[in-house]
Design a protein around this ligand. Structure first.
Ligand code: GLC
Length: 398
């Protein structure tokens, strides 16, 4: 799951615990772990699969966060081609929503922000939960700006994202910041740990090796290249092994770095298997983090929130983050994390080397991180903040 899906599950769990009488229903666009986990929480799920033309459609690679893989005109062309499928999808969604007869619709992804208001029963309020910078999405920014008056209130996952939504949609749209929350019992310093060497197909690292990992989707801006360059800059005899978890998640055109590109980069940088390993997609991130000494967040663009930062801190690990966007609202440099400038491989390498040679610093940052996570990222807070927003949207006059 990506961060937006993971955070949705925490939200469902939090609201379920606070309001056990409420009926929660999830409508999703495809099979996957989100469905199984929502069902396990007692949230019945309806899958209305996106047709391939809609699943692939995306503007991230048209000058958006994935760079310029293709032109805006290409996106518009694909949008035109996909239009009949989109209209058919809205009709299916409308039928399902009519049957579910909700009091409120909470949309959690860019496509659903646009489709939800078109498919809802007429008087049902829609709340957008915005997890990404919409100003960076050439097409989505236009659509959401145009649709802002169909949305009762927007929730943003950081102050920085809230500002971005206001800048795109105008001040008439109410935007509230609700930081993500996580399960602090699952993301905890003690518990099972994965054998990352085995998962990466590597011989066990030498005793005393410091394990440093980047756990991220393969979105182009998550900084895989920066991380690999930083590993290549480390003194050769420093006992550090880096890990990247891979596995493609989204099907959106051009938005992902491929495994082949990663492998080429590793070869070009002269990185050996002693220095770096790639694992498949790991769906137990807490157990992966517990196997690490240092959790790296290396996004090269402002990170809307950065769930992995909160998770790494909650696991009591030393965390290195890139300091832009919402991510910089989560940490205090040198207190509960070390920060580097987005894309600055030298600075990242410097921090990795510093932590690799100073176990006391790792322990201090890890302990402070756990305290921060307990204070700020406990998911029980989500219900406390969201329920008044829901009530207000359903009965604006109260
Ligand atoms: C999106 C954002 C990420 C955030 C997650 C949960 O994936 O890119 O920064 O942590 O949503 O809100």
């Amino acid at each position: 799951m990506g961060g937006a899906e993971a955070s949705l599950l925490d939200l469902l769990a939090s609201v379920r615990a606070a309001e056990p009488e409420w009926e929660l229903r999830l409508v999703v666009s495809g099979e996957g772990p989100l469905v199984r986990r929502a069902e396990a929480l007692g949230v019945p799920t309806t899958i209305i699969p996106f047709p391939p033309a809609v699943a692939r459609l995306g503007d991230a690679g048209a000058g958006g966060p994935a760079g310029r893989q293709f032109s805006r005109l290409t996106v518009l062309g694909r949008l035109l081609v996909a239009t009949p499928s989109i209209l058919a999808y809205v009709r299916r969604l409308r039928r399902v929503l009519r049957e579910l007869a909700p009091d409120l619709i909470h949309t959690n992804g860019l496509k659903m922000h646009v489709l939800g208001p078109r498919a809802r029963p007429r008087t049902v309020p829609v709340i957008w939960h915005i997890h990404d910078y919409i100003s960076r999405r050439p097409l989505m920014a236009r659509l959401l700006k145009r649709d802002a008056d169909r949305c009762s209130v927007a929730i943003a996952n950081s102050r920085s994202v809230a500002e971005d939504v206001r800048a795109v949609c105008g001040r008439a749209l109410t935007v509230k910041t609700v930081y993500n929350g996580i399960d602090l019992e699952c993301f905890a310093p003690t518990g099972s740990a994965l054998d990352l060497d085995a998962l990466a197909g590597l011989p066990p690292a030498e005793p005393g090796t410091v394990r440093v990992g980047l756990l991220a989707t393969l979105a182009r801006w998550k900084g895989h290249a920066t991380f690999l360059k930083a590993l290549a800059l480390l003194p050769p005899n420093l006992p550090v092994r880096g890990y990247i978890t891979t596995g493609s998640l989204y099907q959106t055109d051009g938005s992902q770095i491929s495994l082949a590109e990663l492998k080429t980069l590793i070869t070009d940088l002269g990185l050996t298997t002693q220095r770096v390993g790639l694992t498949n997609f790991i769906d137990r991130p807490a157990a992966a983090m517990r196997a690490l000494d240092v959790v790296v967040h290396a996004s090269t663009q402002p990170e809307p929130f950065g769930l992995v930062i909160a998770e790494g801190m909650a696991c009591g690990k030393a965390v290195i983050t890139s300091c832009a966007g919402g991510a910089s609202e989560l940490v205090e440099d040198e207190v509960n994390a070390l920060t580097h400038h987005p894309g600055d491989a030298d600075e990242l390498a410097h921090h990795i080397a510093k932590l690799a040679t100073d176990s006391g610093l790792r322990a201090r940052l890890g302990a402070a991180g756990r305290v921060t996570a307990e204070r700020r990222f406990n998911r029980s807070r989500l219900a406390r903040e969201l329920i008044p927003i829901y009530r207000q949207a359903v009965s604006p006059l109260n």
